[in-house]
Write a protein that binds this ligand. Sequence first.
Ligand SMILES: Cc1ncc(COP(=O)(O)O)c(C=O)c1O
Length: 472
Amino acid sequence: MSELNILSESLKKVTNYLENNQNRNQPIVKFKKPSELKKLINFEIDKQGVSEQDFLKLIDQYLEYSVKTGNKQFVNQLFSGFNFPAFIGELFTVLANTSMYTYEVAPVATTIETEMIRLMNRYTGYLDGDGIFVTGGSNANLVAMFSARNWALPESRFEGCDRTIKLKAFISNQAHYSFETAANVLGIGAKNVIKVASDKNGKMIPTELEKEINESVSRGEKPFFVAATCATTLLGAYDPIDELAQICKKYNLWLHADGSFGGSLILSDQNRYLMKGIEKTDSFTWNPHKLMNIPLICSALLVKKRGTLQHNITDINTDYIFHDIDQIEDLGKKSIQCGRRVDAVKLWFAWKYFGLEGYQKRIDNLIAMAIFAEEIVVNHPKLELVVKRQSFAVCFRYIPTVKTDLNKFNLDLRETMRKNGKSIVNFGYVGETLAIRLVITNGALSKSDIDLFFNNLLSTAIALETELKPMI
Ligand SMILES: Cc1ncc(COP(=O)(O)O)c(C=O)c1O
């Protein structure tokens, strides 16, 4: 079999896989323990390469035991779904295999990334903004904090952090853990990230932020960075950017917006109000691999001021790579990576395919489906909404008739569903309460998919309930 034959056989597998994704009776996962998987697939690399038939078999095995995240019953993570034009874009990105550092080796991809950043800045309201595609939301947050540190203490780029100056960052107590990692990496220290109280819906309380800043100043510290979250990981809450911006202006602090989860809401005319004031921030993490359903990874950090990213890079006297012959700004000069994957091209293909209005409709549909799911919960006698829905996440639990440990019951419910492969949904703790967290992130979901999810959940819950022994 020639390599071209292997390719054509592999492409048939792609088509089969995509057809199966549409099949509602297909399990989302054939769950196996690690020890079982190791028996099913030979993971070791042998001295001799495999035969072509065995090579094709490996593809089948890889797909068979992987989680089908393109299945519409995969509602577990903040990414989900299958975006056809983006998949095509990814395929041809790999085919053209290049790196984003110079125009010389990536002329079209450089122009596409520049155009994507321009468009994203236009939505954000950064009139003279810039940006770069990075390797995920966590890393975008890291580069944001890095930019803020270099703005607050420019000499730290060369001298390192002066430990007599206690830099302090402020995030809400619902914010993502990546900020502590960022402070750790940047020599600021994870303990210097202050977690500001949030309200019952998960939004940062502005007066609490101001109080924390004042207390920090009175301790002789140097506040420098505040992160607002645009859709918190668990509850999907949007921090009040406009109010936080006033405080940051008053104390001259860098304001970052972490839109890793919910930043794409900015595309929606109907719902953008949740991000009111976004144009007043200094940087913004926008992760198209979540709500825009671009294959992982596709993530951008936008900055309000052109030049910010270049300022971060301390030595680009690297004429072995940046020849400056084409008189075009090489994107590598504003990235902390040297070689960098092409992640903007798949986004460009998808945006071209759906158009501005098409994408807006996909985001509006997400909110409509989340409202629909919330209504099902509210109207069902055995379902309880744990927290009011803020955006794309519906946190609820099942209440059996028989008195029982509700956290345990709901965890069993989630686990039974995961293992039977019908629907995979996540959970989290709201205070002491375990909530099933349904996240609506697949822009192609319809009401019948949500109905199917609740049918699966309720039939599993009823079966579990019959096995319950009353609590004494
Ligand atoms: C609010 C928030 N910030 C940051 C991240 C990290 O993004 P990524 O997974 O792309 O690193 C997440 C991930 O879920 C998130 O929910």
